[in-house]
Design a binder for this molecule. Sequence first.
Ligand SMILES: NC(=O)C1=CN([C@@H]2O[C@H](COP(=O)(O)OP(=O)(O)OC[C@H]3O[C@@H](n4cnc5c(N)ncnc54)[C@H](O)[C@@H]3O)[C@@H](O)[C@H]2O)C=CC1
Length: 515
Amino acid sequence: MLRTLCVRPAGVQAVLLRRWTHNIPAIDQPLNFINGERVEAANTDKTQEFELVEPATGKVLRKVQSAGKGDVNRAVAAAREAFDVWSDMSGMERGKLMTKAAQIVKENEDDFVKAEVIDTGKPIWEARYDIQGCTETIEYFAGVAPTIMGTHLPLPGGSFAYTRREPLGVCGGIGAWNYPYQMAAWKSAPALACGNTMVFKPSQLTPITAVMLAEAYVQAGVPKGVFNVIQGEAETGTLLNLHPDIAKMSFTGSVPTGAKIMANCAKGIKQVTLELGGKSPLIIFGDADLENAAKGAILANFMTQGQVCSNGTRVFVHTSVLPQFLDILLEKTKRMKIGDPFQEDTMVGATISKAHAEKVLGYIEIAKNEGAEILYGGERVIPDDPKLAGGYYLGPCILVGCHDDMTVVKEEVFGSVMSVLPFDTEEEVIRRANNTCFGLAGGVFTKDLSRAHKVVSKLQAGSIYVNNYNVYPVGVPFGGHKMSGIGSENSLESVNHYTQVKSVYVEANDVDCPY
Ligand SMILES: NC(=O)C1=CN([C@@H]2O[C@H](COP(=O)(O)OP(=O)(O)OC[C@H]3O[C@@H](n4cnc5c(N)ncnc54)[C@H](O)[C@@H]3O)[C@@H](O)[C@H]2O)C=CC1
């Protein structure tokens, strides 16, 4: 018996016990969540349908009806109506309900984890780590909610001014497919803590856990309509983006889509947070602890099948330690078990889709043609278990003999492909590291901390790791510089992105006016 969340259509919320025939929690129910309940999209246009495919097996799990104009309108209207109630509550009241929602997620953690594995194909221990860490984000913002306040400014003669930090209204959220629960949590938690309501569209490739989170909020007592989920592809996202009652968009995805979202927001002068792609540098100096540096390089390249925006895919290694570093790296990478994401010892699960796997393999082919040498991996692996034969498993790929002009070194691959690039001097490596339009993340491995901080100050990116990589503790802002985005998430900074300031002048004397 697996426990799962389900909001009964009658509006009575309860944790139901249910036996899942295929061990798939909450998948066979409607996947739009509007005004406190799961609903089918009313859009009957068959061209709007998309298939939900399990990456691990390549099996079509079900068809999902995209939200059309009427569905988007209904979701935004529900969020608009809920806004008055939700924004009128104190931060303390909102925070208590959010804490309860986080508790409900924890009580049902197994279901969330399994759903995330089914959706993404990532190893189960990674999915567990994601669910736990991002539920902490909800708890964090639940604690932040009562602290959101304005300021008081004394003025001459007893007059004064004060500021109010007010919510924006209905916020739109759109997510990518690599961290589906994270996107729903990182966007909804600060939005709701600040008193906004939200309509969220997960990626069409990973629709499940955002709906489960929506159920947890309602079950905790968060009013219906505060957090809604709509399903669909670009068309649904555009409808949400252009809706006149949407006050702000928070988007995670590729640079080209981010540019479209921003252009659409400009039409309505809407605020925007953009978490976009990257091509980040990881610099390993000659004095680095090479064991740690190799672990860092793996964390920076091979988690979630390499489909991580902040990945440090350009690994710059000082020429003095290149052979030793590659030996350690190779030995560790060879030990990574590829296969069933539901096995606890699996280190490499399935790539999100056939199309994406082919794109990644295409980049490796181009790299070979441009003169790179494959030190390890870079091919499709078909696991022994016949049920996994339809999944797309790729061996983590280490490329050597790379140079900065190669396509694979310049473009975001978003797959397990690490390019190793030798360097000689600090000045040279900083210049080469910054030679990109992206600026999401970067890393430095060295025992010389004064050098580390000097290099950190010169690197053009939003998140830099010293002697580690790809860790995201809640409270530390995460966001990109340059074309990697605008604004940041997962920290107090988000409060500024989800509120607006109102200044109030209060006169204590007669009006001083010549008229
Ligand atoms: N900076 C960050 O925090 C992160 C950035 N990413 C980036 O996301 C990309 C991979 O994710 P994908 O899902 O392939 O990106 P994508 O840009 O293709 O799609 C992202 C989302 O936007 C929606 N969408 C597509 N076209 C749209 C349009 N015209 N209007 C509105 N919505 C639209 C999609 O349905 C999906 O939900 C990579 O570039 C990666 O670096 C991914 C995760 C985190």
